[in-house]
Design a protein around this ligand. Structure first.
Ligand code: NAP
Length: 286
């Protein structure tokens, strides 16, 4: 039997075991996907143990996605540019690192009828999800991407990603702070796609008021860009509520979650995940 795992912390509520195990069983693949609670300090020893036990591959989530990079023998171009790994394939003891969040985003956006690559995207956020979305959108040939940053150190980090990307892509990438007067409004007005890849609007943030949204006013959405929110809990964030009221087409992050898993499944098995079945059984409200 082949063994696959999810590493990170906390992970007990993850839907990945249900998605992967249903897919293995549907395709008759003799494999099992389990959870391995792991923090950054414990990651090297956990990886050593997985190698010794001959695990075929694993996914990584917060907080161990970046720390996995230096433990891989080879990185895909996206993982190298973003310095983040969420999927490892163990090929005869050599570890190959990939990031599938960006491809998951692109498939989810296309599933919603949005166009990626796009003419111009406004991207809110500079963290792991945002950099994966930035990289995939640029590598697939988007024209222009305006990234909004919260803190100066985050701007420096995403600009380093953009610099590495410039060796592979001609996409024009600009960065802004939310505090720059009218910048958000002006950039959204010219864009065809607005993507939220921050935590703002996510359920369970201690400081959340339940109405948190980085778009200050419905008039910012008057040009009606398509609006994608990487958050899937809640299904309808304050941003998506506002966008619906403005008449925009909207999509949440649920299908990004499904398709990033489907990309990992394909890397491990060379088979397509049966996504219609997984969607029906694991995401019945999608
Ligand atoms: P992360 O690396 O921690 O990034 C969080 C981002 O939010 C950072 O850019 C951070 O900026 C920004 N942020 C936090 N507080 C802010 C504030 N008050 N104002 C403006 N920006 C703020 O997290 P992540 O892994 O990228 O995840 C981000 C979101 O995407 C989460 O809600 C997660 O659930 C979702 N996600 C979804 C999928 C999917 O498959 N659908 C996959 C991955 C992530 P600073 O660091 O500068 O504060």
């Amino acid at each position: 039997m082949q063994n696959y795992y999810l590493l990170g912390s906390p992970i007990r509520h993850s839907l990945s075991p249900a998605m992967m195990n249903l897919s293995f069983s549907e395709l008759g693949i003799d494999a099992e996907y389990g959870l391995m609670e792991t923090d950054i300090d414990l990651l090297p020893s956990a990886v050593q143990k997985l190698k010794e036990n001959g695990a075929s591959g694993w996914n990584l989530t917060m907080p161990v996605k970046s720390a996995m990079c230096s433990l891989c023998d080879e990185l895909s171009p996206s993982a190298l540019i973003g310095q983040v790994v969420n999927t490892v394939v163990n090929r005869h003891g050599k570890l190959f690192g990939y990031t599938t969040d960006g491809a998951g985003f692109r498939r989810a956006a296309c599933d919603a009828g949005f166009s990626v690559p796009c003419r111009k995207m406004v991207l809110l956020g500079t963290g792991g999800a945002a950099s994966s979305i930035l990289i995939e959108s640029a590598l697939s040939g988007s024209g222009e991407i305006s990234v909004f940053c919260n803190r100066p150190s985050s701007r420096t980090k995403i600009e380093a990603v953009a610099k590495r990307l410039s060796d592979y892509s001609k996409t024009k990438i600009k960065t802004f702070f939310y505090s720059e007067p009218h910048a958000l409004e002006n950039e959204i007005r010219e864009s065809s796609l607005l993507v939220n890849a921050t935590n703002i609007g996510m359920a369970g943030r201690p400081e959340d008021s339940g109405t948190d949204c980085l778009i200050p006013d419905i008039r910012c959405l008057s040009a009606q860009p398509d609006v994608f929110d990487a958050i899937y809990n809640p299904r309808k964030t304050p941003l998506l509520n506002l966008a619906e009221k403005a008449g925009c087409r909207t999509a949440n992050g649920l299908m990004m979650l499904l398709f990033q898993g489907a990309e990992a499944f394909r890397l491990w098995t060379d088979e397509e995940m049966p996504t219609p079945l997984v969607r029906k059984k694991i995401f019945p409200d999608s």
